[in-house]
Design a protein around this ligand. Structure first.
Ligand code: KG4
Ligand code: ZN
Length: 342
């Protein structure tokens, strides 16, 4: 079946068409209208500005997508992000999806944004997920460990108590004057840095639960800059501080994830979200899975599927469709706080 995906939860307007067949998903086409340049000016996303941009981008983007075929392709369903995210941004996607589903007389599936990231590693992948599976979601707004017994079965076993891992990258980048979004800037600066240059905490590493906390690490970076009078404009200082910060974030994420995977005896470890674009995190996870979790399949998304895309939303929509995990279109509403739990 062919599914049109729509994603407008934050600062990217995205649409995509996928083919779902025999439990597998293949991207046919995906488009993203990024607002990154607009939000870089304010150093973060201003919700009203984001929503206005979605309104002007969404229909032209759908037209461009469908214009890639000489004849309008057959579309069997529409999948849309209904939450979590910015309310006014989500609303643009949800209302557009409802209108299109009504006009084309096709089913509408609501997808949780986190679930989209969770299925991003299944795009263009031929092997099915073996259950039980553990998913680590690391994005700008979320850091969560989710246990899955099957498609659509989600149990939250750990989450951040405060800031998300991506937020920690973004805020520390801001402190070092590295710009927005911070993750790519910090990981670039960290390439030439010394991970042992600055001693930073590993929050909640020794606690026996699967929760995270990154706000203390962010504060520790701030105090390191202040107390040591660091000249962050010096590329060497920024490199070392970036490498030390990144190492702290990566260590906590990897340790707690491996521990959870062992405890729940999972067969697959899935990772999704913007932060898994980070090469240090990818390498550390791959190495630890090889060493400590023999036989466990690690599923990392291709780099092009780590940011917010509509391909991942359409993919998650396909698996929801397969498990009949759907509700009536009249009940589908933008829900900024939608929690992906059983
Ligand atoms: O999943 P995503 O695109 O949007 C949300 O749903 O939040 O994640 C965005 C986050 C940002 O915090 C960004 O700084 C971070 O992912 N990010 C990275 C890297 N690329 C993006 N963090 C670390 N290293 C990267 N290479
Ligand atoms: Zn996201």
């Amino acid at each position: 079946m062919r599914i049109l995906g729509i994603e407008t939860s934050c600062d990217e307007t995205a649409v995509a068409l996928i083919e779902g067949k025999n439990g597998r998903v293949r991207e046919l086409e995906g488009l993203v209208a990024s607002q990154i340049d607009i939000h870089a000016v304010t150093g973060g996303v201003v919700p009203e500005v984001a929503a206005r941009e979605h309104v002007s981008a969404i229909i032209p983007l759908v037209s461009t997508l469908l214009g890639k075929w000489t004849k309008k392709p057959k579309i069997d369903a529409i999948a849309v992000t209904a939450g979590p995210g910015l309310f006014s941004s989500l609303m643009v996607g949800v209302e557009t999806a409802k209108a299109l589903a009504f006009a084309w007389d096709v089913p509408l599936v609501r997808v949780n944004h986190i679930e989209g990231h969770l299925y991003s590693s299944s795009i263009n992948e031929t092997k099915p997920i073996k259950f039980p599976a553990l998913a680590l979601i690391v994005s700008g707004g979320h850091t969560e460990l989710i246990l899955m017994k099957g498609h659509g079965s989600y149990r939250l076993i750990g989450r951040t108590k405060d800031d998300a891992a991506g937020e920690c990258f973004d805020k520390t980048a801001q402190m070092m004057g590295l710009g927005y979004p911070g993750g790519p800037a910090v990981s670039r600066a960290a390439l030439k840095g010394d991970v042992a240059a600055y001693v930073l905490p590993r929050p909640m590493l020794t606690e026996k639960n699967f929760d995270f906390s990154f706000s203390g690490l962010k504060t520790a970076v701030l105090y390191t800059i202040r107390n040591k009078h660091l000249a962050v404009e010096d590329p060497k200082v920024a490199s070392d501080l970036s490498a030390s910060t990144q190492a702290a974030i990566v260590e906590v994420l990897v340790e707690k994830t491996i521990r959870a995977a062992k405890k729940f005896k999972v067969k697959t470890l899935i990772v999704g979200g913007g932060v898994i674009a980070n090469d240090a995190l990818r390498a550390a996870l791959s190495a630890r899975v090889k060493k400590d979790l023999p036989g466990v399949a690690l599923r990392l998304p291709q780099k092009k599927y780590t940011p917010d895309t509509a391909v991942m939303i359409a993919a998650a929509g396909y698996y929801r469709f397969l498990s009949h995990n759907i509700i009536s279109p009249s009940k589908i509403k933008a829900d900024p706080n939608w929690e992906l739990v059983d």
